[in-house]
Design a protein around this ligand. Structure first.
Ligand SMILES: Nc1ncnc2c1ncn2[C@@H]1O[C@H](COP(=O)(O)OP(=O)(O)O)[C@@H](O)[C@H]1O
Ligand SMILES: [Mg+2]
Length: 129
């Protein structure tokens, strides 16, 4: 059996007295494209925040490529989760448009690839240019 790209098992997250996640388990296989669907407040964002290390689960495991991520710093595997994209309202008001776009490449250092991706964005959204 192949190793899952990402596996959550029995994840529980609290915000103070509020239980936000109760026993969330799922596997994502390599190459899969998935969507997490649910009503408002059902725990989608909290699940992503737990995966990226922004909130600390009180129980459960997160495995990335078969390895537990507990005890690892967020940065150690940030490269994978850095593709998380906040809601459209969450931009940096004090930064210019170009600076905001460049924030998406915060963890990258492949200048050519970044320039290529920026060109693609300008192609898709000419108003940004
Ligand atoms: N910062 C917070 N403090 C307290 N409760 C929160 C906080 N963020 C989310 N919650 C609660 O956790 C639950 C899951 O929220 P959330 O993960 O944001 O759901 P979704 O993204 O699916 O709308 C909800 O009951 C929500 O009210
Ligand atoms: Mg949300």
């Amino acid at each position: 059996m192949s190793v899952s790209l990402l596996r959550l098992h029995g994840l529980e997250v609290n915000y103070g007295a509020v239980r936000a996640l109760r026993g969330v388990s799922l596997s994502i296989e390599p190459g899969a494209m998935i969507a997490l669907l649910g009503s408002n407040g059902s725990g989608k964002s909290t699940t992503l925040k737990a995966i990226s290390g922004m909130v600390k689960p009180v129980a459960g495991q997160i495995e990335y490529q078969g390895q537990s991520t507990s005890g690892k710093s967020r940065i150690a595997w940030f490269d994978w989760v850095s593709r998380m994209c906040p809601k459209a309202v969450a931009f940096f008001k004090d930064l210019a448009v170009l600076e905001n776009l460049r924030m998406g490449a915060y963890t990258r250092n492949d200048a050519d690839g970044i320039a290529e991706d920026l060109a693609m964005v300008f192609d898709l959204f000419p108003a940004f240019k």
